[in-house]
Design a protein around this ligand. Structure first.
Ligand code: ADP
Length: 372
């Protein structure tokens, strides 16, 4: 590398590809650097010609070069990688692994949580989104899979309408509020209803795990479809170290169905991490708590799951009703970021700390010990 090239590389090391989250200099995206220090051309090679980040990358590259060189000394050319260059990049991203391998099997160092519920509308997606964005804010690498194939709402709650970028057989997930997110909704035109059968659902979930470029995740949160259906079983088989979090409301009827979803996880060998009660109460103007949906649902689910498993399943938290939470979900600005002082946001933040304090999958722990 000559002096000009190394100066250009140094300047461009600051430009991070927003989808791959790595400097473009690491990704083979800096092409020919031709000329001399007082007049030169730099070529940036996009991964695909329809790259949605093309404008961003062009601007970021121009700015980075302008910090190092006078403006009239350089020109930027945008081009696209060849098939061989793209293949090389994908190999690097997979860290040498075969295409379409599931990175989340035994031995994974990613903490995986399945957020499930007995029925829809109990706040499972809202909780998933808020936990995810807060973990990302605290510096963790976080992925979210919206496996609630019938009621996908995660992209909206994260405020993204982006579609994934395809690099042949590799799917780059959109990133919203620092979280990598993939949802069946991103692959459907418009707001079409989904009427898929079990094997197709299994395939979709498997694709999300094996074909999406997740990188090294600290946390993977999966918004499960309500109930005890096919997707739960598929996910159980594909993610042996995942732990289930059951969300319920305080109502007794809701608790009964929530119990069943928790026990479905047990059948596929998943550990139950704990129970979250949502919509527990409403703080009234005089400061008192109004239990709009009754009480005891969380305790009931905890008791029954503890009895069944013979272990103590904890009630992880009770989240109150909150207008800020609801409007944050509607606007795509999760309450935990938008109004951290809100009472529900504080409860959610406490839940995040519980996830952080939780142990890694036991197989990953063994691996770590044997490596040191
Ligand atoms: P699920 O994923 O279980 O179907 P959602 O997270 O989509 O449920 O929540 C259903 C609706 O209830 C959404 O409009 C959401 O904003 C609202 N919601 C969830 N939890 C609360 C809460 N604690 N306070 C107020 N509204 C809530």
């Amino acid at each position: 590398m000559n002096e000009l090239e190394s100066r250009v590389y140094q300047a461009l090391a600051k430009v991070v590809d927003p989808e791959l989250r790595r400097p473009i200099t690491d990704l083979g995206m800096v092409g020919v650097i031709a000329g001399s220090a007082d007049s030169f051309e730099v070529t940036i090679k996009l991964t695909v010609s329809h790259c949605p980040q093309a404008d961003y990358l062009e601007n970021a590259t121009m700015n980075a070069l302008a910090e190092e060189f006078p403006k009239d000394t350089f020109q930027l050319l945008m081009s696209v990688m060849t098939a061989e260059e793209l293949a090389e990049l994908k190999l690097k991203l997979r860290e040498g692994k075969e295409p379409k391998t599931n990175p989340f099997t035994e031995g994974t160092a990613t903490k995986i949580f399945l957020i499930g519920s007995g029925k829809g509308g109990v706040g499972k997606s809202s909780i998933t989104v808020n936990l995810a964005v807060q973990l990302a804010k605290q510096g963790y690498e976080v992925g979210v899979i919206d496996a609630d194939i019938f009621g996908f709402s995660i992209p909206g709650q994260l405020g993204t309408t982006d579609r994934p970028t395809r690099l042949d057989d590799m799917i780059l997930p959109p990133i919203a509020h620092g979280v990598k997110v993939i949802s069946i909704g991103m692959f459907l035109p418009g707001n079409e209803p989904v009427a898929w059968r079990g094997p197709m659902l299994h395939k979709a979930v498997e694709q999300f795990l094996t074909e999406v470029y997740w990188g090294q995740l600290d946390y993977l949160l999966i918004d499960m479809p309500p109930g005890t259906g096919d997707v739960a079983i598929s996910v159980g088989q594909l993610l042996p170290t995942a732990k289930t979090i059951v969300v319920t409301t305080p109502q007794q009827a809701a608790a009964n169905v929530a119990e069943r979803s928790g026990t479905a996880g047990l059948k596929t060998g998943q550990e139950i991490f704990g129970v979250i009660e949502n919509m527990s109460y409403l703080i009234q103007p005089d400061g008192s708590k109004l239990e709009l949906f009754g009480s005891g649902g969380g305790e009931k689910v905890v008791q029954s799951l503890s009895d069944r498993t013979g272990t103590t399943i904890p009630l992880l938290g009770k989240i109150p009703l909150s207008i800020a939470l609801r409007s944050g979900s509607d606007k795509g600005n999760p309450v935990i970021l938008d109004s951290p002082d809100d009472i529900a946001a504080k409860e959610l933040a406490a839940l995040v700390q519980i996830l952080i304090a939780s142990k890694l999958p036991s197989s990953a722990r063994t691996l770590k010990v044997s490596l040191t």
